[in-house]
Write a protein that binds this ligand. Structure first.
Ligand code: LMR
Length: 396
């Protein structure tokens, strides 16, 4: 029976990491997957994380199962980061949160919850989006439709196109929104556009589903939550899938959460019972370590301060790399204007390089970027910048 199974295509992002590892060239550079590298090219464990782990080593007394929804203190801390402390959804107890494995696991649980418990079967995603969104939603039984978002000519949002596409959306459809640091374009809605989208969701009865994986990588922890908080103040029901892979550097701990906001506390509680039921039949209950680290850091004023400082350093280093990237391209003789890259948010830069150019970068120069032309600026350093820019100048 198994000999009928066909080979799956390589994943456009993680498959690239496999190809990179197998590449024997010494000067190869991986700018594919979104993983932060420091100036020395390492992906460090944050000091705040190490200190929290030390604390856990001394105080943890059991490895017994967590509840289906995970670490309770963690779930409360997640809500604090998402909504702030004085948001109405918190005081009205309309938000419920379950720990889940990373952003992917959180999105999948959110989507499965919707399919199992509502009549919604459609999710709208931006016309460029994270490659895994389609897989996750289709696997959960949703139909994926696209709304206009990125305008390649202006390197900006085509907001009119977004609104025009969403005229076709029906009540109950999910609307996937990137909370900040849009992946792959790095271009986010401004606050006026968030207002319009919030009103559109109210008028059309759409359910916003936030993918919030980069909080703190745009302008700051609070600043990056503005869109979500605004939408949550206007729209009665929404879902959030968040991840701490990037902002705590906890990639391999697979730590995220699914949060549901309902129109009242009683509905939220009922919905939560179904989220837990979805989790129970998927992976029973989550692993503890990542959640305990995050809860320890966010529950301790000093560790939290240290974490915010470390996050700021990561954000600022990436911003410096953006500027250096644009400058070095020009020094390498690239005449095309790449200044738009400095204005993009988060780990990624959407370069506009085409598939052939991306393939040449990989094959001829050992510079790996995602097929869509997405470059992980978080993987650039002063040491590899010349190699990267020389290669790009050649393929252009
Ligand atoms: C990325 O977009 O590179 C990250 O979110 C990692 C992943 O799982 O694709």
């Amino acid at each position: 029976i198994f000999n009928q199974v066909v080979l799956a295509p390589a994943d456009p992002i993680l498959g690239l990491t496999d190809a990179f590892k197998a590449d024997p060239r010494a000067d190869k550079v991986n700018l594919g997957v979104g993983i932060y590298k420091d100036e020395s090219g390492q992906t460090p464990i944050l000091k705040s994380v190490k200190l929290a782990e030390q604390k856990l080593l001394e105080t943890e007394t059991s490895k017994s199962y967590l509840g289906i929804d995970g670490v309770i203190a963690y779930n409360q801390a997640v809500q604090g980061l998402l909504f702030g402390t004085d948001h109405a959804v918190m005081s009205e107890k309309r938000a419920v949160t379950a720990q889940a494995p990373g952003g992917t696991g959180s999105l999948r649980m959110a989507a499965e919850f919707v399919v199992r418990n509502t009549a919604s079967r459609t999710v709208w995603v931006s016309n460029l989006t994270w490659a895994n969104h389609n897989n996750i939603f289709q696997s959960a039984g949703l139909t994926v439709k696209q709304y206009g978002y990125y305008d390649a000519a202006s390197h900006d949002i085509d907001f009119d196109a977004m609104l025009t596409s969403l005229e076709q959306a029906n009540s109950g459809d999910l609307l996937l929104l990137h909370g900040c640091c849009h992946n792959p374009t790095g271009i986010d809605l401004n606050i006026c556009q968030w207002e319009v989208i919030a009103q559109l969701c109210v008028d059309k009865g759409l359910i916003p589903l936030f993918d919030f994986a980069y909080q703190g990588f745009g302008a700051g922890v609070e600043e990056d939550a503005q869109g979500l908080r605004l939408v949550a103040s206007k729209v009665p029901e929404l879902l959030v899938a968040n991840s701490f892979s990037k902002n705590f550097g906890l990639y391999n701990e697979r730590i995220g959460a699914v949060t549901l906001v309902a129109e009242d506390e009683e509905t939220a509680k009922r919905a939560f019972s179904q989220i837990k039921s979805t989790i129970r039949s998927s992976y029973s209950n989550p692993p503890a370590h990542g959640a305990l680290i995050v809860a320890t850091i966010l529950g301790d004023a000093e560790l939290r301060k240290l974490w915010e400082e470390e996050l700021t350093q990561m954000r600022e280093r990436i911003a410096e790399m953006r500027v250096l990237f644009v400058k070095t391209l020009s020094e390498q003789g690239v005449e095309q204007d790449f200044s738009f890259i400095s204005a993009q948010n988060g780990m990624f830069s959407f370069s506009g390089l085409n598939k052939d150019q991306v393939a040449r970068l990989k094959e001829e120069f050992g510079v790996y970027i995602v097929g869509s032309g997405r470059i992980s600026v978080a993987g650039m350093t002063r040491a590899n910048m010349d190699t990267i820019c020389r290669a790009i100048a050649q393929v252009l």
